[in-house]
Design a protein around this ligand. Structure first.
Ligand code: SF4
Length: 348
């Protein structure tokens, strides 16, 4: 088990559940309309269950807008800073409870100031490296092994901070390659078993490919017990990143947020159009308690058995569907009646 960190009221590591993160895609600026867009995106992310969002913080003029945002949302934020220690100091002055930096790029006297300020304010520092921005020296040192180079890059940063007596650290090693990311994180967790880690596959891309890439890497790591907080990086809305993050955790039975919708892939035995049934059902189940299982099956062959195991079950028949609740049959209905019957079935 890793050490437990606190970002405001959010705990990461220790016995805390794996956290789901995203990053604001709206640009923070001092223009009131941009600030409002960022605030609205934070609210949408909160509704999806996002627990921490990074926000790009590329200029010190953003100190006031960042402070405003922190004051106007309950979503914990992490200021994303790359090279400039003065930006790290500005973000902490704005009240940000966590920052992401690359300490290897900061002059030592400035890094000391950043660390002392973080210590004084109880600020958590995320450090890490991406496969795309590795320094030549790490690649050389690792003899061209990109996963080992990623590990070395993060190790250098982690050692810099711990040599300064700072251990409120979240580690991150990401690449767009799933095997490299998995191997680099394995090396890190062996080297720093007590430090929490943020996991994900960077630049995973859009659509199904991006979701699969992110989910594969994250699932492999979580199944090895690695990862305390995750982000599914997608070329998509950040809300989708959060939904996919929870879907991964639900699949691994690590967290139960959301409804567990089971539906059959259909085959030549199908008695009903399952896709049509799923479209009817989906909008009706979003308000069910977390972890509720809803099964939509295409026929009476396997359907009733599967549907009967779910809290709510729907099995297709040639004319409509049979409904089950907690294993007991509720009734058999014609397709035309299903919209109203299903609405009542799910308590609308
Ligand atoms: S539940 Fe019926 S229709 Fe669906 S895949 Fe199984 S056999 Fe085919």
């Amino acid at each position: 088990m890793t050490r437990k960190l606190k970002i405001g009221t959010l705990t990461i590591g220790g016995r805390a559940p794996v956290r789901v993160e995203s990053m604001l895609k709206e640009r923070l600026s001092s223009a009131p309309e941009d600030m409002e867009k960022c605030r609205a995106q934070c609210e949408r992310l909160l509704c999806e269950g996002c627990e921490l969002a990074r926000v790009a913080f590329p200029a010190s003029e953003l100190e006031k807008p960042l402070k405003w945002l922190i004051d106007h949302t309950s979503l914990p934020l992490m200021a994303d800073i790359h090279f400039d220690p003065d930006l790290a100091l500005a973000a902490m002055r704005a009240g940000c409870a966590s920052i992401r930096i690359n300490p290897g790029n900061m002059p030592l006297h400035k890094l000391t100031e950043v660390i002392d300020t973080a210590k004084g304010g109880g600020v958590v520092i995320r450090i890490g490296a991406n496969g795309g921005s590795l320094a030549g020296r790490h690649i050389e040192q690792a003899k061209g092994d990109s996963a080992a180079a990623l590990f070395l890059a993060v190790k250098e940063q982690a050692d810099l901070l711990s040599n300064h007596g700072f251990n409120d650290i979240i580690l991150s090693a990401k690449s767009s390659s799933v095997p490299d990311t998995v191997r680099a994180n394995g090396l890190l967790s062996r080297e720093y078993p007590d430090l929490p880690s943020h996991i994900g596959i960077t630049e995973a891309g859009p659509g199904d490919g991006g979701v699969v890439k992110g989910a594969s890497g994250i699932a492999v790591l979580l199944s090895q017990g690695i990862g305390n907080t995750l982000r599914v990086s997608l070329t998509d809305e950040p809300e989708r990143e959060v939904r996919v993050g929870y879907a991964i955790l639900r699949s691994l039975e690590l967290r139960q947020r959301g409804t567990n919708l089971i539906s059959c892939p259909t085959c030549g035995r199908r008695r009903a159009d399952v896709m049509k049934l799923v479209k009817l059902v989906e909008p009706l189940i979003s308000g069910l308690p977390d972890g509720t299982t809803v099964a939509v099956m295409g026929c009476e062959v396997n359907g009733p058995k599967e549907a009967a195991h779910a809290r709510y079950g729907i099995a297709g028949t040639p004319v409509g569907a049979v409904l089950f609740k907690d294993g007991a049959m509720v009734g058999s209905y014609d397709f035309d009646d299903l919209p109203s019957v299903l609405a009542e079935f799910f308590g609308h």
